[in-house]
Ligand binder design. Structure first.
Ligand SMILES: [Zn+2]
Length: 575
């Protein structure tokens, strides 16, 4: 139903008046709402209540909400103004868009275009013109702050005569307000915009600051090249790095409070032909910690992990080489268990993300506080759930088993090639295998593959050789997966990277895990007690319908999430 019909129904207008308004709106090509407000037929608030009813779109008031400038900026200013629409909230790549005229087809089309370009999905809510104006004012204020800092910085730099300041000059320079303020503004913008990384890079002409946001790099600020040395020095001082050393890469970290949240930043510098490039990883606990879907853990594997995590006690191992994302997965499990009625204690090396409500402790082997010692201490802290960074020796392994046997849920990591290898590895470490069926509840292995850029990925008919590979891998999938994937298999196409501005011409944006999950069953218990060889465990895994990492990857190839090359590369040593 349209707005005028609702107003007639509510006895606000009669047929005649409605018709007059309708024709006036058409001739003056202005929305009918403006006349209703101008003629004081209804106040804006009531009118938009009725409009919400007419369109069946919820109306949203943003009073008292703090919407960061970086969220407001997710739709370019011109489009925002022209179509009267503005982002209100960003959550996991989904935007809530406030629109004054959601019935406007052109506005909807523009929004669809922006969503494709910016790789986001969205939900529309109705906002009143007043709300829209207030938000546009807020957007301008946020922008002004950056501009002001930039202006001060430029004035300050104009005073400096030399291009390359001495170390003493640098130290003085970074103490001065404009540089300090500029760096603070950059950090805050990154956190508010939920950027994962900040790149500060000198080019021939200027100093570029780019943010990685939703997996992609976005140009954010262009600063005068003269600010380079001082900005790098400021970051280095924060991270306790040497400012007089510019020829070798350095690493460091610092933490600061932004908007009441403690945020860690990990800094690395790299000498390039143009000078030092700085990359700052933003370890914001809210964005760095991913949920299961974002990790790529899904289907049967996810259900098995959730099941294992629900058990009041037991051992849950994640395995894989360094950088395979296993710790991130354990964090996700930990967060899914994080309730006020449980005591969670972790032992980590190092503590990467601070999780509210979890007692995180960092091991310090140099003073004898290692995983084994820490685990012994933790057990006196009345924990329900324990996370141990890694089990790498017999003592820690036996303590972890003991903790599980005495009613604790223990999460940890191991170094093995795959999930099948977890049991032999534990036995190798001297764990009494008769204890394993009662304690080990699940083992997960994973690798990371690059995710295709959604903007530019290309659907292709695979070449003959690739088709052959794909056919072979598809044939190895369990029956139920082949059934599930029937439409994708029948389609006969896969996706290839192309490269666009959004993904920095790489064709890829971010990474996703490929997983395999083995769980304890009566059958597996029997194998462990009799003869825990990899061959026997493998057979049981197949009986459990376990997808191995490669098979999970092939599923993601069919789904167009990644490429077959990525999957074959990441899982090469497991086949
Ligand atoms: Zn792309």
């Amino acid at each position: 139903m349209d707005l005028l019909s609702v107003l007639i129904q509510k006895n606000v207008l009669d047929q005649e008046k409605a018709a007059a308004l309708r024709s006036r709106a058409a001739t003056e090509s202005r929305p009918v709402e403006t006349f209703i407000i101008e003629e004081n037929i209804l106040d804006e608030e009531t009118l938009f209540q009725y409009k919400g009813e007419a369109l069946n779109i919820p109306i949203r008031n943003v009073k008292g909400e703090d919407i960061p400038g970086s969220v407001l900026d997710l739709i370019p200013e011109e489009s925002a103004k022209y179509y009267s629409m503005v982002p209100l909230k960003e959550e996991k790549g989904k935007l809530e868009i406030g629109m004054v005229y959601p019935e406007d087809v052109k506005a909807r089309e523009a929004l669809q275009f922006l969503a494709r370009q910016g790789n986001f999905s969205y939900a529309i809510v109705l906002i009143s013109p007043k709300t829209f104006d207030a938000l546009m004012r807020r957007k301008r204020d946020a922008k002004q702050e950056v501009e002001q800092a930039l202006e001060e910085l430029q004035e300050d730099i104009a005073k400096e005569k030399k291009n390359v300041p001495s170390t003493a000059e640098l130290s003085r320079l970074v103490e001065e307000a404009p540089i300090t303020k500029m760096v603070a503004v950059v950090l805050r913008n990154a956190v508010e915009g939920k950027a994962s990384d900040i790149h500060i890079e000198p080019t021939k002409k200027d100093l570029r600051v780019r943010f990685r946001f939703m997996g992609q790099l976005h140009a954010s600020l262009v600063l005068p090249l003269k600010a380079h040395a001082a900005i790098v020095a400021r970051v280095k001082i924060l991270a306790d790095m040497r400012i007089d050393e510019t020829r070798i890469p350095q690493g460091g970290r610092f933490s600061t409070t932004i908007e009441g949240k403690a945020i860690d930043f990990r800094v690395s510098t790299l000498p390039t032909a143009m000078g030092e490039k700085v990359v700052i990883r933003v370890l914001d606990p809210e964005t760095g910690l991913k949920d299961f879907e974002q990790l790529g853990l899904e289907g049967v594997a996810l259900e098995k992990i959730k099941e294992a995590a629900k058990a009041p006690y037991g051992l849950l191992f994640a395995t894989g080489p360094t950088g395979s994302g296993k710790t991130t997965t354990l964090y996700a499990v930990l967060r899914s268990l994080n309730k006020t009625n449980v005591n969670i204690v972790s032992l980590e090396d190092p503590v990467e993300y601070v999780i509210q409500g979890v007692n995180q402790s960092q091991v310090q082997p140099e003073i004898g506080y290692d995983f084994a010692q820490g685990l012994r201490e933790i057990l006196r802290q009345d924990p329900d759930i324990i996370m141990v960074g890694e089990v790498r020796d017999a003592e820690t392994a036996s303590l972890a088993i003991h903790a599980a046997l005495t009613g604790h849920l223990v999460l940890s990591t191991l170094h093995t090639n795959n999930a099948i290898g977890i049991i032999p590895r534990l036995v190798d470490m001297g764990v009494d295998r008769y204890l394993l069926p009662a304690t080990l509840s699940a083992g997960l292995a994973q690798r990371l593959v690059r995710r295709l850029c959604e903007e530019c990925k290309e659907e292709v008919k695979p070449k003959k050789a690739i088709q052959g590979l794909l056919d072979r891998e598809v044939a190895s999938l369990p029956e139920y997966v082949r059934k599930e994937m029937e439409p994708q298999i029948a389609r006969g196409t896969i996706f290839e990277p192309k490269g666009c501005d959004a993904c920095g011409t790489t064709g890829y944006a971010g990474r996703i895990g490929v997983f395999e999950v083995l769980v304890m069953t009566e059958e597996l218990a029997g194998i462990i007690l009799e003869k825990p060889s990899e061959h026997e465990i493998q057979k049981e895994a197949e009986r459990q319908n376990m997808l191995n990492m490669r098979q999970d990857g092939i599923k993601k190839v069919l789904e167009g999430i990644t490429t077959i090359e990525e999957v074959l590369r990441a899982t090469a040593e497991n086949q």
